[in-house]
Write a protein that binds this ligand. Structure first.
Ligand SMILES: Nc1ncnc2c1ncn2[C@@H]1O[C@H](COP(=O)(O)OP(=O)(O)OP(=O)(O)O)[C@@H](O)[C@H]1O
Ligand SMILES: [Mg+2]
Length: 227
């Protein structure tokens, strides 16, 4: 199944911050959405989520920081139950076990509140919650910016492995071209509220066609970086 959203746009205070855009994502496809700060990546991410949910597609969202997804006053067990109930799913310990093992959080104490877990574990828990209902699309907006680079790369590797034989597609919004380059087959580059380039990752990195892509690719061999 291909996910299609057409006519996405957004304006704030009379200014267009997302020009009319169509996005097509194939089942299980992994895409990186990159671009300078303020280019409209998060705006596009939100518009895409709203449009797809309105069509009845299941779309999960992982915000930049686990603080946005977790209530500091509630236990981790509470969050998990809420997430299952919100999707109308019956409690299923084996689903939880599988996701916890995949994201290496099986040792986390669910009776604790978020601050009883490390940041890296919290973010992996948030990803596990997002994957509970096997969504059609997982949108992650700067999911690693609150993490140190080693923890961030480890988390992305676990997610990579988990998604490799599943139907869930991934839109990874990031500043970090190195992180995206190693993990997505397609890159979309944004500048000034438009997707200015959309190409297979190796092609875009080898021959960036727009100024925005060239400035992102400049000076480094991203595919050779160990991240
Ligand atoms: N609520 C808002 N009101 C006014 N302007 C906004 C609002 N939200 C976003 N913008 C503007 O829209 C543009 C795109 O913002 P957006 O947050 O989508 O960029 P981004 O690419 O995600 O940036 P970053 O990499 O810093 O997260 C920016 O110029 C921003 O200032
Ligand atoms: Mg953003």
């Amino acid at each position: 199944m291909t996910i299609i959203a057409t006519g996405l746009s957004a304006a704030r205070s009379g200014r267009i911050i997302l020009h009319t855009t169509d996005v097509e994502i194939r089942r299980g496809e992994r895409i990186g959405l990159v671009g300078a700060s303020g280019s409209g990546k998060s705006t596009l991410g939100h518009a895409l989520i709203d449009s797809l949910r309105a069509q009845g597609a299941s779309v999960a969202h992982v915000p930049q920081s686990p603080d946005e997804a977790l209530d500091p006053l509630r236990s981790m067990a509470f969050h998990w139950r809420e997430a299952e109930q919100a999707l109308g799913l019956a409690l299923d310990p084996s689903r939880k076990q599988k996701l916890f093992a995949a994201l290496r959080i099986e040792d986390g104490d669910l009776r604790k509140r978020p601050w009883g877990w490390s940041r890296g574990m919290q973010q992996r828990f948030v990803i596990a919650m997002a994957l509970i209902g096997t969504p059609d699309l997982l949108v992650m907006d700067e999911p690693t910016s609150a993490l140190d680079p080693v923890v961030a790369a480890g988390m992305m590797d676990l997610l990579d492995r988990y998604l490799s034989d599943r139907r869930t597609a991934l839109l990874l919004i990031t500043h970090d071209l190195g992180l995206a380059a190693a993990r997505v087959l397609r890159l979309m580059v944004m500048a000034e509220g438009r997707i200015v380039e959309d190409a297979p990752t190796p092609d875009l990195l080898r021959v960036p066609r727009t100024e925005a892509a060239r400035s992102l690719c400049a000076h480094r061999n991203w595919l050779a970086l160990p991240c």
